[in-house]
Design a protein around this ligand. Structure first.
Ligand code: ARG
Length: 474
């Protein structure tokens, strides 16, 4: 597809040579997006720049240019503005055709995925016994969006929710729960989250507790029935709470997509054995590490990937290696996509490199870390509650829905009507999702509720409003 900008640039160039002579200075239209909706879609200051060399006033240069410009099929009649600008507005029909072209491959050379590939998209991936926070919002929203787009162009997409459901922290939490008289079934995620923090603090402060917590890790890893039962309940409660958030966001991510870290537990000794067999591991301070060429700190020291920690536990990297082996070997992935925040960039570079060296990630399989920036509050600092805690995702959505309700009330919608609460929900959630997707991927993203939930500007509510109007008969 030739996009509108390229097409108009060609037409403007043709008009310049027709109206001002082919051997005059070639003028690049330098097409810009219009700064305001009333200026249409694009603008150029060509007349301003043509006027001097042609020895005519800018207004005259504009007239001459427009007489020679043929864009009827693409634009509404171009308009001269200010001291020598031309504003261009695309025709609705042209815009509709462009959208169609994206959806139907036979138009204008946009091809559907050819060949379709099997793409594993790892996204959302929150941690059990902790509230999903706004940081997980981006992964969930961006990942779901990518998975949908890839599916709609014809790829075979496998969604994977790499839940943080395994690790030494669960020993600590379970020990604390049991000592406080809980069996895990009696707690919701908010309570679990609070107990998790308490357990952490206790672990740091109380050496005897830390010892019992370590023993509990061994019990959990050894499959002790009582310990495992409590762990199962923690996971169950957490997944139910995550499901609620997914349903609220309209994100497709279900139980069949869940492949938490725990599912790779049995594979980890094998991972270490294979790496050892290939001579890729070095012992360093009791830990088993891989030192890969090209990975050094700023002062040149080698940066290891810790595969097995000194205490015998396996690190985050080991699990990701097992996941790669599974996704390529079992799920038959051609492409691996990880929608994870940018701070984990080094982790993924290292893990991909090590997996390639080990032969689990053959060259024909592409691995991509789709890194996104942080979600910041309006003060430009990491999103925090007033007391300094992380903001649960649900409360952000509550606030957006409330704000959407207020917006509708201001436009005369009656409070309490079912239509209004349904619409407020859709507008609030849509605003949050749109604000997240509209900004550049890699950048940190400042989230301002009032700006996101606004009827005008580049916002979700505006898009939904335009969409609703398009559907209105007559
Ligand atoms: N649970 C991790 C976190 O919250 C994200 C996991 C991302 N996926 C992966 N395969 N490492 O930071």
């Amino acid at each position: 597809m030739r996009d509108a900008e390229e097409l108009l640039t060609l037409r403007l160039r043709a008009a310049v040579s027709a109206a001002f002579g082919a051997d005059g200075p070639v003028q690049d239209p330098q097409l810009r997006r219009a700064t305001r909706p009333e200026f249409g879609h694009f603008q150029t200051n060509l007349p301003l720049r043509l006027a001097g060399p042609a020895g005519v006033p800018a207004a005259r240069a504009a007239e001459r240019l427009l007489t020679a410009l043929h864009v009827e099929d693409v634009c509404l009649p171009p308009r001269v503005a200010g001291a020598g600008f031309v504003n261009l507005t695309l025709r609705p029909r042209f815009l509709a055709e462009q959208v169609d072209a994206v959806l139907h491959d036979e138009h204008l050379g946009v091809r559907r995925a050819d060949p379709p590939r099997r793409v594993v998209v790892d996204f959302s991936s929150p941690n059990v016994a902790k509230q999903m926070h706004v940081g997980h919002l981006r992964s969930t929203v961006i990942g779901d969006c990518l998975a949908r787009v890839l599916t709609s162009v014809g790829h075979d997409v496998v969604r994977q929710n790499h839940l943080g459901d395994w690790g030494t922290q669960f020993g600590m939490l379970i020990e604390h729960l049991l000592e406080e008289g809980h069996d895990g079934a009696d707690l919701d995620l908010t309570a679990l989250d609070a107990l998790y923090r308490a357990a952490r603090a206790r672990f740091e402060a109380d050496a005897a507790f830390a010892e019992r917590a370590r023993a509990r890790v061994v019990a959990l890893q050894g499959g002790d029935a009582g310990t495992t039962a409590v762990w199962r309940r923690l996971v169950g409660t957490s997944l139910a709470a995550f499901d609620e958030v997914y349903a609220r966001l309209g994100v497709h991510l279900g139980a069949e997509d869940a492949a938490g870290e725990s599912t790779y537990g049995p594979d980890l000794p094998g991972i270490v054995a294979e790496l050892t067999g290939r001579g890729l591991l070095t012992e360093s301070g009791g830990a088993l590490c891989a030192f890969l060429p090209g990975f050094t700190t700023r002062d040149g020291a080698a940066l290891p990937v810790i595969v097995r920690k000194a205490d015998g536990g396996f690190g985050y990297a080991a699990t990701d290696l097992a996941a790669i082996r599974h996704r390529v070997g079992r799920l038959r992935a051609d492409v691996l996509v990880y929608v994870v925040d940018a701070r984990q960039a080094l982790h993924f570079q290292q893990v991909f490199a090590l997996a390639r060296a080990a032969g689990w990630l053959p060259e024909r399989v592409q691995a991509r870390h789709v890194a996104f920036g942080a979600l910041l509050g309006e003060d430009g600092r990491p999103f925090r509650t007033r007391s300094g805690g992380t903001v649960p995702l649900a409360s952000l959505l509550d606030a957006a829905e409330e704000r959407a309700g207020a917006l509708m009330a201001a436009r005369g919608s009656r409070a309490g009507s079912p239509a209004r609460s349904g619409t407020a929900r859709a507008v609030g959630v849509g605003a949050v999702k749109y604000a997240d997707l509209a900004d550049g991927l890699g950048k940190d993203h400042v989230f301002a509720l009032d700006r996101a939930v606004a009827m005008d500007g580049d916002t979700g509510p505006y898009l939904q409003y335009a969409h609703a109007r398009l559907h209105r008969p007559g």
